[in-house]
Design a protein around this ligand. Structure first.
Ligand code: SF4
Length: 488
């Protein structure tokens, strides 16, 4: 008998005991298991072996044999029509499913809301109306720790409100407080602590606010905070002071004053809409805002920073995508921190945005117990690029008050980056950055690949730690003894 761990939405660390033979057993997707005796590429199943419930194509699976025994087996992917939960058939024994390239964008289904008709469940306004916002609504659905219970009672009324869409709630592991998705949205008592270096406005945005809601720090671009509301609230939010309505400040937004500033400042060519979450604005308000921005001739691009596709993929309707595509060039950065957040619903929502011609990037925050390992970041970025999203930034967690329990030291972040660069697709590697505390702007953090200069040569180190030399390439002196060769 061996112990294996199953990873699936809402059950990120469950484990179970299995025997060497798994004939006909069903299990959840994304299984992770102990050291394999041997790996092999699974063959395709014969058509007549595909389970009746299967409505997806058979999986191409990497599987394992135990004890060096060889025996053919295959897996089919299947969606249980009632539970909407993806499962797999492990057939013909002697092996276990490791991962499935086609099927691991799983839907967690409706969970506690199984009786809600699809029409309502898929309505983003229904999701917002039924957000979980209190201890009474969460207790009993999650097995809460004392720290979580106190956090919900105290932190969510003093620091940042508690709100979780029913859809996102189904991704939380009910029994496991260390679930990486749960850690992001369920408050803990530690939020009431304040480390000496923590601040309420760690990025120094208030001092660069040139109109209510408009932050102008960099020469050619502005940050436009258009709302203080989000679909769900992240416990490490850098704008906790103004987001959600319970922090120490109130965000006042004056669209007319902000637009007047932008008309006057011809150096601004790039507007980033953020908040809060701009995609919570109604289609009517969003169209009005984007239209007014597009009337300003020197504004070249508009960007939207949003976590709606992750918290509330139902909001990404065909109407919204049609609206957004009227205002190109428009860019969107989403915010996902863990691979388990990338469900079938999210993948489909991102596909609709990409089909509308919108370039998609992702900004993650490096968080203790969420994505603080190279494996976790690699799983995330691989899944992002499969969902047509380019990993853009990996943020060092800002020094926001009450987040010390989630913060990862920069040295650890650098170690993670060192295990990514060179080991996976170049454009799947995000740039690790820290926002200079107090308003220094983004500062890139990189492992040391440039060692120095010696004897007119640049000393370099590659991802394996090997050293190389590259000539300094200074312009050649134009004299008779040193004439460049003409291009051939
Ligand atoms: S979605 Fe963004 S703005 Fe909203 S709580 Fe999360 S980090 Fe803050």
């Amino acid at each position: 008998m061996r112990r294996i761990s199953f990873l699936s939405p809402g059950a990120h660390q469950k484990s179970t005991t299995v025997g060497a033979s798994q004939g006909g057993t069903r299990g959840a997707a994304n299984c992770v298991l102990g050291p394999p005796a041997r790996a092999f590429l699974l063959r395709q199943p014969p058509p007549n072996r595909i389970p009746a419930a299967c409505d997806a194509r058979p999986c191409l699976v990497y599987g394992f044999f135990f004890g060096g025994q060889a025996a053919p087996f295959w897996a089919g992917s299947a969606v249980d029509k009632d539970a909407k939960r993806l499962s797999f058939d492990f057939c013909a024994g002697k092996g276990l499913l490791l991962s499935c390239r086609d099927c691991d964008f799983c839907s967690a289904g409706k969970g506690f809301w199984a009786d809600v008709p699809d029409e309502q469940w898929n309505d983003w306004r229904w999701q917002l109306r039924h957000r979980l916002t209190s201890l009474e609504e969460i207790d009993g659905r999650l097995k809460l720790t004392d720290s979580e219970r106190r956090g919900i009672l105290l932190a969510s009324s003093r620091k940042l409100a508690l709100a979780i869409t029913p859809y996102f709630f189904t991704l939380l592991a009910p029994e496991d407080p260390d679930c990486p998705v749960r850690r992001q949205v369920i408050p803990r008592a530690e939020e009431l602590l304040r480390a000496p270096y923590e601040m309420s406005d760690p990025c120094g945005e208030d001092k660069d606010m040139v109109a209510p809601g408009l932050v102008h720090r960099y020469p050619d671009r502005v940050l436009f905070l258009v709302t203080d509301r989000c679909a769900s609230y992240c416990r490490y939010c850098t704008r906790s002071r103004i987001v959600s309505g319970v922090g120490e400040q109130h965000l006042s937004v004056d669209i007319e004053q902000a637009l007047a500033y932008l008309w006057e400042h011809r150096e601004v060519r790039d507007v980033l809409l953020s908040g809060g979450d701009p995609l919570l604005l109604s289609d009517v308000r969003l169209r009005e805002l984007l239209g007014r921005l597009r009337e300003i001739p020197h504004i070249e691009i508009v960007r939207i920073g949003t976590r709606v596709p992750i918290f509330l993929p139902q909001r990404v309707t065909p109407d919204l995508c049609g609206l957004l595509r009227e205002f190109h060039p428009l860019w969107i950065n989403i915010h996902a921190n863990h691979a388990a957040e990338l469900t079938a619903e999210v993948r489909d929502a991102l596909g609709r945005l990409a089909d509308a011609g919108i370039p998609l990037g992702n900004q993650s925050v490096l968080l203790r117990g969420v994505n603080d390992s190279a494996d976790a970041v690699r799983d995330l970025v691989h899944k992002l690029v499969r969902a047509r999203v380019r990993p853009y930034y990996l943020y060092q967690c800002d020094l926001i008050e009450g987040t010390d329990h989630l913060r990862v030291p920069i040295e650890e972040g650098i170690r993670i980056m060192r295990r990514l660069r060179g080991y996976t697709t170049g454009f799947a590697v995000p740039q690790y950055v820290v926002d200079g505390p107090g308003g220094g702007g983004k500062i890139p953090l990189n492992p040391e690949y440039l060692i120095g200069e010696e004897g007119g040569q640049i000393l370099l180190r590659n991802f394996l730690g090997k050293e190389y030399r590259y000539p300094s390439c200074r312009p050649l002196q134009r004299n008779p003894g040193n004439t460049p060769h003409p291009a051939s």
